[in-house]
Design a protein. Structure first.
Ligand SMILES: *Cc1c(COP(=O)(O)O)cnc(C)c1O
Length: 422
């Protein structure tokens, strides 16, 4: 079957033909292609087309597709059994490996998705503080749990759903929404809700409204406000962890959160995520304390094998890996700028914005020309390059993107931006 036959079949049984909305290409039009296999920086579809891939499974693939060392560990683990429901040694090993990169993590709990990680970190923060309300930022995405689907960016910025049906108003009410990069806005919320706010959760580099870096002083300011108000600061490092630095955004910006959520890279391409932080907070998590959180497949032996292989490679190669990613991504940024398209970039994540300037918060994203983005997207695809099928997602550069791949992409960017009227 070809791509359109597979999509027609999928649409009859899967809502929109997909298992995660952005894969359906709704924001750019057209039919999604169906992946057959990945190799390094390349994806191959069922029709034998080859794409230079800058979506990279939306973040996990720091080394590109099917890196041998990771696949071998997965194979080895799988042969010994897929799941046990008892502890395995690798769980503590992986938790220790994560804490090597982020030393402020005194305790860690492994879960299966970023959604679970942020949801559970918030539960722990509420349990610890005895407060109900949380502060999140418009355009920040923290997974699809009820209380976090409020001004959630990403698929929610381009889809017909501003937020979501099925989220009770009573739950959404506990979520206070602030403007990204605006500290006075956060202070105002705290003045209005004295001693009611359990935590502030933030993408320390926003990457789900396109890449929007934190302005100087923003993360430090959040730290100060939380300390003053007795609230916890939660960094959602699901994208930024092991991506913008070995120690994530906390390391890159020298700001230490109380709790953090990890996902994507931490699972090496398998469904695994983690949350953790201060011991006095994490020791409230069951079975130690009264904050309940569990998972049949949490700490899964195959997933932990993938995560461990990934994180060990990163630790070993960190001194060369991050400078290399920085340089490759900077070359792409220059290509967009040369074509008159502003860019948001931190390390190896970047977004070209079809607007006069790159946004600093979610309100600014309204000025983006999403039709121009769609034209650019299809012009890239025609040149065999797969970029995110939405203006409000990040491009991911991996170590598998060679210098030649990047130069070819820079040429394609010039062509595609012209096709988009720039
Ligand atoms: C992807 C993402 C999540 C959700 O992770 P899932 O594994 O998709 O549930 C949470 N936070 C951020 C910042 C993300 O990018």
């Amino acid at each position: 079957m070809n791509n359109s036959e597979l999509f027609a079949r999928a649409c009859r049984i899967l809502p929109g033909g997909v298992d995660s909305p952005v894969r359906a290409f709704r924001a750019v039009g057209g039919t999604p292609f169906f992946a057959e296999r990945g190799e390094g920086a390349y994806l191959f579809d069922v029709e034998g087309n080859r794409y230079l891939d800058y979506v990279m499974s939306w973040g996990p693939l720091l080394f590109g597709h099917a890196r041998t060392e990771i696949v071998e560990e997965v194979r080895r683990a799988a042969l010994s059994g897929l799941t046990f429901g008892t502890p395995t040694g690798r769980e503590a090993e992986l938790a220790e490996e994560i804490a090597l990169a982020a030393p402020y993590l005194q305790m860690v709990r492994l879960v299966s998705s970023g959604t679970e990680a942020t949801m559970s970190a918030i539960r722990a923060a509420r349990g610890f503080t005895g407060r109900n309300k949380i502060v999140k930022f418009a355009g920040n995405y923290h997974g699809h749990s009820d209380g976090l689907l409020v001004r959630a960016g990403s698929g929610c910025l381009t889809g017909a759903v501003p937020d979501s049906l099925g989220v009770p108003a009573g739950i959404a009410q506990e979520t206070l929404v602030a403007t990204y990069n605006d500290l006075s806005n956060v202070e105002a919320l705290f003045r209005l809700h004295r001693r009611e706010i359990a935590c502030v959760i933030v993408e320390p580099v926003a990457a789900n409204m396109g890449v929007v870096p934190p302005e100087r002083g923003f993360l430090e300011g959040l730290r100060t406000i939380c300390d003053k108000e007795g609230a916890l600061l939660i960094f959602d490092e699901v994208i930024t962890g092991f991506r913008v630095a070995y120690g994530g955004a906390a390391q890159r910006y020298c700001v230490t959160p109380d709790l953090a959520a990890f996902g994507k890279i931490v699972g090496g391409g398998m469904p695994l995520a983690a949350y953790g932080g201060r011991e006095d907070v994490m020791s409230l998590v069951a079975p130690l304390g009264g904050v309940y959180q569990a998972g049949t497949l949490s700490g899964n032996p195959v997933a932990t094998a993938a995560g461990l292989a990934m994180l060990r490679l990163i630790r070993r190669e960190q001194s060369t890996l991050y400078p290399l990613l920085e340089e490759r991504a900077a070359t792409l940024e220059e290509a967009f700028r040369a074509a008159g398209v502003p860019v948001g970039r931190v390390g190896s994540i970047l977004t070209p914005f079809f607007a006069k300037r790159a946004p600093g918060c979610s309100e600014d994203t309204a000025m983006c020309d999403t039709r121009a983005y769609a034209a650019y997207f299809h012009a890239m695809l025609e040149q065999g390059i797969y970029v995110p099928p939405s203006q409000f997602e990040a491009m991911f550069v991996s170590t598998a993107h060679s210098r030649e791949d990047i130069l070819r992409t820079a040429d394609a960017i010039a062509v595609a931006c012209r096709a988009a009227g720039r």
